[in-house]
Design a protein around this ligand. Structure first.
Ligand code: PGA
Length: 251
């Protein structure tokens, strides 16, 4: 049985005081009966303060990125071990903003996934097609390649720590959400790709979450699709009320 996961990716938003204000507001609303696993993914600068505040709560902490290298003379980078030491359990890898703005290709993403896993983190591995790719009928092929190359060399045991996030690039931050049936179709295709790369049991056990303009209004229909195991929320996670509304719609 896959547990639903709702993750809030704050991107390059929130100072430390703003981060604390947001999590205090969220913690006042959330109670222990929440059936979903909730993950907050603040900017690096807020990780320590947020971790201190979350101590003892069931909310998990994640980071937005990690270095593919493990330590040393790598100015400006942050290692998996450092993320573990600040209290992170999760890390985003392969987000389209990293792919597009920082030219992260499938080979680097594969290295990052391997580094994250070997350092004890649970990656949230993002895949998704551009609008042009969708229009050209290439969606499943593009995502299949991202999965093959990104997961190359990973064992079924390592897959046990992996969450896949399907994020159509055209739906991120645009207010355009994929229709629930379109999302279900792609999640099914991802699961069948995982089935051919691994065993069907591995595919069945892997969480596949959706991201791209998720809001309190559209989340109930998206989250009720059989292969949708949660959401990666950007804009709507910056407000405690709307993020809580998304979480509380999970049954
Ligand atoms: P969005 O971002 O919800 O603002 O579209 C999602 C994401 O980039 O993870």
């Amino acid at each position: 049985m896959r547990k639903m996961l709702i993750a809030g990716n704050w991107k390059m938003n929130k100072t430390i005081p703003e981060s604390l204000e947001l999590i205090h507001a969220l913690m006042r609303k959330l109670d222990s009966s929440c059936p979903a696993e909730v993950v907050l993914i603040p900017p690096f600068t807020s990780l320590f303060s947020v971790a201190e505040t979350l101590r003892g709560s069931s909310i998990q902490l994640g980071a937005q990125n990690l270095s593919h290298l493990t330590e040393g003379a790598v100015t400006g980078e942050i290692s998996g071990t450092q993320l573990i030491s600040v209290g992170c359990r999760y890390v985003l890898v392969g987000h389209s903003e990293r792919r597009n703005l920082f030219q992260e290709d499938d080979a680097v993403i594969n290295q990052k996934l391997k580094t994250a896993l070997s350092e004890g983190l649970h990656p949230i591995f993002c895949v998704g097609e551009s609008w042009q790719e969708r229009e050209a009928g290439k969606t499943k092929g593009v995502i299949g390649n991202q999965l093959k190359r990104g997961l190359d060399g990973l064992t079924p045991m390592e897959m046990g720590k992996m969450t896949i996030a399907y994020e159509p690039v055209w739906a991120i931050g645009t207010g355009k959400t994929a229709q629930p049936e379109q999302v279900q179709e792609i999640h099914e295709a991802i699961r069948s790709e995982l089935s051919s790369q691994y065993e069907p049991e591995t595919a069945k056990a892997t969480r596949i979450i959706y991201g791209g303009s998720v809001t309190p209004d559209n989340s109930p229909s998206l989250m009720s699709q059989p292969d949708v195991d949660g959401a990666l929320v950007g804009g709507a996670s910056l407000d405690a009320g709307s993020f809580y509304a998304i979480i509380s719609a999970i049954k």
